[in-house]
Design a protein around this ligand. Structure first.
Ligand SMILES: Cc1cc2nc3c(=O)[nH]c(=O)nc-3n(C[C@H](O)[C@H](O)[C@H](O)COP(=O)(O)OP(=O)(O)OC[C@H]3O[C@@H](n4cnc5c(N)ncnc54)[C@H](O)[C@@H]3O)c2cc1C
Length: 375
């Protein structure tokens, strides 16, 4: 019984499956996923969930999958794609034929090459978040490696839970690579107001029992270490199947078609052509993954759809909500505008706005949408 097969139960995979199902009530739809949990939202894991605030994680109930006849096969890893026979094969050797296939295998956490790193926790899945929350209950002091979005969010939650927390990062200020120095300084202030200490311009040299050795030679006590050093899209399946990849992602057009017949890719793993930007845009955000999954599901179902939204996401550090909208990679200059209680950073290249970051400046955030579309 071939039909739609989806690899991965994140935003992209679930969205592809539900979109296809809505168009074709009788064709088999199957999701194969390594994750043992019912599909869930990832953004709250480093925010409300870790901070112990009320939140709903499930994307759909188990009954929804039954009712909609979307077969969800959990705890199974796909090891290969046979594009000639139109089959996928699992680690256990089971083969599933597909008519259309959506690869939505997402990203995996990258651990820096540091002695003792295997004892550090990562935060990529629900299981990771549960493990981190439990460890935090028994920890007095923590070191978070990396000052990206997830590192900053997790550190503020840990501090909020009463764990003395330090972020260690190669950047001078948090989020500098992504948002620039001025925004980074503001984030550093927000973090320090929540009680997080920040050690910038340094790295972790080793993790030892109960402590972390910094590149400077200084040691910091830590009974909990979180590695938040970034993620890498998992393209091994595509590479082994001979599907075209570039810059560490699976190349897809605006309809999410890969180079292989009836195979689509969506979400973090895809390098998709965005018709509004007029070029391929790497995106590692929840809303984009869901939108790309929808486009893949519609295309597989025989309908016309393209990825055309401007990427956006929000980050919550303590009670501060940073909102970003834009094309992400690279800008020539940034313009920092101070507001009462917040700020806007305009990122520009040539005469065009290519991104905007706001804190308590929703009007600018809204205004940017039109600017970015017409750039
Ligand atoms: C803690 C955290 C907080 C985040 N916060 C935000 C935020 O605030 N805003 C935002 O926009 N984005 C945020 N993100 C990023 C966002 O969650 C991702 O961009 C999004 O989840 C990507 O969706 P995806 O479906 O492409 O991949 P994923 O969500 O990574 O899902 C991939 C799926 O594929 C499965 N899989 C992988 N390999 C295989 C295989 N070989 N066989 C079978 N199954 C496989 C995995 O088990 C998983 O189910 C956050 C991510 C994390 C981890």
């Amino acid at each position: 019984m071939s039909g739609l097969v989806v690899i991965g139960s994140g935003a992209a995979g679930v969205s592809a499956a539900e979109t296809f199902r809505a168009r074709h009530p009788n064709i088999p739809v199957r999701i194969l996923t390594t994750d043992p949990a019912l599909p869930y939202a990832k953004p709250p894991l480093s925010k409300d969930f870790l901070c112990d605030r009320d939140t709903r994680l499930d994307l759909h109930s188990a009954a929804w999958f039954d009712r909609n006849r979307v077969e969800l096969i959990r705890g199974v890893t796909v090891r290969g794609i046979d594009v000639e026979r139109q089959e996928v094969v699992t680690a256990g050797g089971r083969r599933y034929a597909y008519w259309h296939l959506v690869v939505a295998s997402g990203s995996a956490a990258v651990r820096p090459p540091v002695a003792g790193i295997e004892s550090a926790l990562t935060l990529r899945s629900f299981a990771d978040a549960v493990a981190l929350k439990m460890a935090a209950r028994y920890a007095d002091c923590a070191v978070v490696i990396g000052a990206g979005l997830i590192g900053c969010e997790a550190a503020s939650c840990l501090a909020g839970r009463g764990v003395a927390t330090m972020i260690v990062a190669a950047e001078h200020v948090p989020l500098q690579r992504r948002f620039g120095a001025q925004a980074g300084e503001r984030v550093a202030k927000i973090l320090s107001d929540t009680g997080v200490r920040f050690a910038g311009d340094t790295t972790v040299a080793a993790i030892e029992d109960g402590r972390v050795v910094l590149g400077t030679g200084e040691t910091v006590e830590a009974d909990l270490v979180v590695s938040a050093a970034g993620v890498r899209p998992d393209i091994r399946l595509a590479e082994a199947a001979g599907i075209a990849t570039r810059d560490g992602r699976i190349v897809v057009d605006e309809h999410m078609h890969t180079s292989a017949r009836n195979v689509y890719a969506a979400g973090d793993v895809a390098l998709a052509h965005n018709v509004t930007a007029g070029r391929p845009i790497p995106a590692e955000h929840w809303r984009d993954a869901a939108h790309q999954g929808r486009v893949a599901g519609l295309t597989a179902a025989g309908f016309s759809a393209v990825w055309d939204i401007v990427p956006s996401y929000a980050s919550v550090i303590d009670s501060s909500v940073l909102r970003y909208r834009g094309w992400g990679a690279g800008y020539e200059r940034s313009r920092f505008v101070e507001h009462h209680n917040g700020f806007t950073v305009w990122y520009e290249s040539g005469d065009d706005v290519v991104g905007v970051l706001t804190l308590n400046a929703d009007d600018d955030y809204r205004r940017a949408e039109q600017m970015l579309r017409s750039a």
